[in-house]
Design a protein around this ligand. Structure first.
Ligand SMILES: *Cc1c(COP(=O)(O)O)cnc(C)c1O
Length: 379
């Protein structure tokens, strides 16, 4: 039934072997830089490649500061703490996301509140956010409080799904009205822009991930982006076990974290970031092929929102209903073309089932139908 699709993907990738969803590609100066890091003996959490990778990421994204971390989840955890999220507070986010988004909230001792996503972006809906706050929250003395739980709503955490930018101007407008700091989970969105501004630079803080399946990788790694010099300094400090700067004394001024990115990984990152413009153009070509094929076969693709430029990290198709989705998943995976349903929405997981939520109508619609298809860079 889905043989046409399978044949099309095999033609794209020109192989009879299993086709993964997303594999990394090393065709730049990765080996040169990694060997250089080894030769220098600076393989651990300080070294010139860390500084260079941070500077390169800041330049690339247009953020004033970039602080490297050991992975994207650690970056999210620190970013939320720096935004002021504390124990027994709440953070508004989307249920349509990867588990790391929610876990980072939980690590702070806070609880997520789930509001719906937009159909056009699959990212947090500004309208759903406004509706939730207008009906359930109260703005008092510069802060926003949840009427139902009496808890402070400490932050808002939108996510840029598959690299498609969420409606940041809309989200920022609502959050400014309620004075709620915004932290962007731009883990999937390196190279994605909205009105020419890079994802992760709209809010107070943003984060990137360089996990092995992302558009570029450091093996494991993450980055905190911010324009605020104090927050950047605190991010570095907290990720470095809150060690007081001194040439030989070892003293710490608070409970910090060992969240720094090793120089070895940063060396890989510097080389990979040099390849990102090439990756982006190849991914755009691939997305165009999927979109063209889908039009011809009355198949629906998830495409970049208007006014946005997506990195097209993962392509996605929309099936008619859950039964069609399951048939598609079975047919493709059985024939070695890897496809994957959306993450099970967070409000359905045992750890987050009790959390507050709105109708989540679009979230459930998408979770029932959207499937990711092979998206590795070709050629
Ligand atoms: C990949 C990812 C992260 C962070 O993942 P790490 O593996 O910790 O780098 C966070 N949020 C989303 C939405 C992601 O896709």
């Amino acid at each position: 039934m889905y043989d046409d699709f399978i044949r099309f993907v095999r033609e794209l990738y020109q192989t009879d072997k299993p086709i993964p969803l997303h594999e990394p590609r090393f065709q730049g100066r990765e080996k040169d830089y990694v060997l250089d890091a080894i030769d220098s003996t600076f393989v651990s959490s300080v070294g010139p490649y860390v500084d260079r990778f941070e500077a390169d990421c800041a330049r690339y994204t247009g953020a004033k500061y970039a602080v490297a971390t050991v992975n994207g989840t650690a970056a999210l955890h620190l970013a939320l703490l720096l935004a002021g999220v504390k124990r027994n507070e709440e953070v508004i986010t989307q249920a349509l996301t990867f588990i790391a988004t929610c876990n980072a909230i939980h690590y702070c001792g806070a609880e997520p509140i789930f509001v719906d996503v937009d159909k056009s972006t699959l990212g947090l809906s500004a309208q759903a956010l406004a509706d939730y706050l207008d009906s359930c929250a109260e703005y008092r003395n510069g802060e926003t409080w949840n009427n139902k739980t009496g808890k402070r709503i400490a932050a808002c955490l939108p996510m840029h799904t598959f690299g498609h930018p969420a409606d940041m101007p809309g989200i920022m407008q609502v959050c400014e009205k309620y004075n709620i700091p915004v932290v962007e989970d731009a883990a999937e969105a390196l190279g994605s822009t909205l009105n020419k501004q890079h994802c992760g630079t709209f809010g107070l803080l943003g984060i990137l991930s360089f996990n092995g399946n992302k558009i570029m990788t450091t093996g494991g790694g993450g980055m905190i982006l911010t324009n605020d010099p104090t927050l950047a300094k605190q991010a570095k400090h907290l990720s470095t076990t809150a060690k007081e700067p001194h040439s030989w004394c070892v003293a710490h001024d608070q409970v910090g974290f060992n969240y720094r990115l090793p120089n070895l990984n940063a060396a890989l990152g510097v080389a990979q970031l040099e390849c990102v413009p090439l990756f982006l153009s190849k991914k755009r070509e691939l997305a165009a092929r999927y979109i063209e094929w889908s039009r011809q076969h009355r198949f629906q693709c998830v495409i970049e929102p208007e006014t946005a430029r997506s990195n097209y990290w993962l392509n996605a198709v929309v099936l008619e209903n859950p039964a069609e989705r399951d048939a598609f998943l079975t047919a493709t995976n059985e024939q070695g073309v890897m496809t994957r349903p959306l993450w099970q929405p967070m409000h359905l997981l045992p750890m987050y089932r009790h959390c507050q939520k709105d109708s989540l109508a679009i979230t459930e619609w998408a979770a029932d139908r959207v499937v990711n298809v092979p998206s590795s860079v070709i050629g």
